[in-house]
Design a protein around this ligand. Structure first.
Ligand SMILES: NC(=O)c1ccc[n+]([C@@H]2O[C@H](COP(=O)([O-])OP(=O)(O)OC[C@H]3O[C@@H](n4cnc5c(N)ncnc54)[C@H](O)[C@@H]3O)[C@@H](O)[C@H]2O)c1
Length: 312
């Protein structure tokens, strides 16, 4: 069964690993593809190589599908808009947009350069704004469309990854708001937090951040043991969730946040106030001290991060 027959899909960063698996599975399900990838590397500064996107597009065509390559960087407004324009030029519409391109530039906050910050924002957050805005204009006219943005478990908090966490968690707020903007037109938008080993963004510097977290005894991202999965998580596992979210079976799902790693998929809850206290007339410092003594809102919050600082 081809679940996405004749749908038109754009996947950014589809030249390798997760994006490639997403493009291949979309095509196997009958979608016509724009395979975007500038053919760079995980740090965002490597020279481009058109052959990556072209090879994936060729592989899809050789398997009997339809695909064109698009080799611009989505980190610029022109490149991102051109990726959407490529779908309109080639196929006359856009039904599916997967914002997958991503890079990593870990550094502790005091050592993080302007370039580390800007490149992460450009490739993950700003690129998704530009592609979504361009795609939305067409999807609204069509009264249909699906967008999947690529977040990360690092958004839960990750030593040395403040730029990446900010970009990825920014994408989550962006996703929730887009779901609200576009729902009345039958357009859905969700976010996934993938884990896939053996991919480009799993750099030695990322391993250093994990080792450093362990050395400091920090909770590793959230309540799942990221370092000890039951199986090797492959790009194909991520692609299955992403493509399923694009099908009619997921027609009721929008503005949601999912985690996928190998054999585990999880729905992440929306933020909620877990303890609420009212102070008549408004809060003061004394009232907050009293509240802390009651150990309701503040008093029994475990200290997970703060230590007695060693002498400088
Ligand atoms: N691999 C993981 O465990 C993991 C975990 C959390 C989040 N992610 C996210 O999943 C996505 C894919 O990760 P991956 O591990 O497959 O990455 P990867 O580095 O293996 O592949 C990413 C692809 O994106 C392309 N790309 C980078 N910048 C681009 C740009 N400006 N324009 C167009 N293409 C660009 C690269 O050339 C590369 O081919 C990323 O957004 C990443 O942040 C991955």
């Amino acid at each position: 069964m081809q679940r996405l027959k004749d749908k038109v899909a754009v996947v950014t960063g589809a030249g390798r690993n997760i994006g490639r698996a997403e493009a291949m599975l979309l095509a196997a399900q009958g979608a016509k593809l724009v395979v975007n990838d500038l053919g760079g590397g995980p740090y965002g500064t490597e020279p481009g190589d058109d052959s990556l996107a072209e090879a994936v597009a060729r592989e899809i065509r050789e398997a009997g599908g339809e695909a064109v390559a698009h080799c611009s960087s989505v980190a610029t407004r022109e490149g991102a808009e051109a990726a959407i324009a490529r779908a309109i030029d080639a196929y006359g519409r856009i039904d599916i947009l997967i914002n997958n391109a991503g890079i990593v530039r870990p550094a502790r906050i005091d050592r993080m350069t302007d370039e580390d910050w800007r490149l992460c924002m450009d490739v993950s957050l700003t690129a998704s704004f530009h592609t979504c805005r361009a795609a939305a204009a067409h999807m609204i006219g069509q009264r249909s469309g699906v967008i999947v943005n690529t977040g990360s478990p690092s958004g839960f908090g990750h030593w040395g990854m403040s730029n990446y966490s900010a970009a990825k968690e920014g994408l989550l707020g962006f996703t929730r708001s887009i779901a609200r903007d576009l729902g009345e037109f039958g357009i859905r938008c969700n976010l996934i937090r993938p884990v896939s080993h053996l991919t480009g963004t799993y750099t030695p510097e990322i391993q250093d951040t994990i080792d450093q977290s362990a050395r400091l005894g920090l909770p590793l991202l959230w309540n799942r043991p990221m370092a000890a999965p039951r199986m090797t998580a492959l790009p194909e596992h991520v692609a299955a969730l992403v493509v399923w979210l694009c099908t009619d079976a997921a027609a009721h799902i929008s503005g949601r946040d999912f985690f996928i790693q190998g054999d585990e998929v999880a729905l992440i809850p929306e933020p909620e106030a877990i303890r609420t206290s009212i102070h008549p007339g408004g809060w003061t410092l004394d009232a907050l001290d009293e509240e802390a003594n009651r150990a309701y809102i503040f008093g029994d919050i475990p200290n997970r991060f703060v230590r007695q600082a060693p002498p400088a």
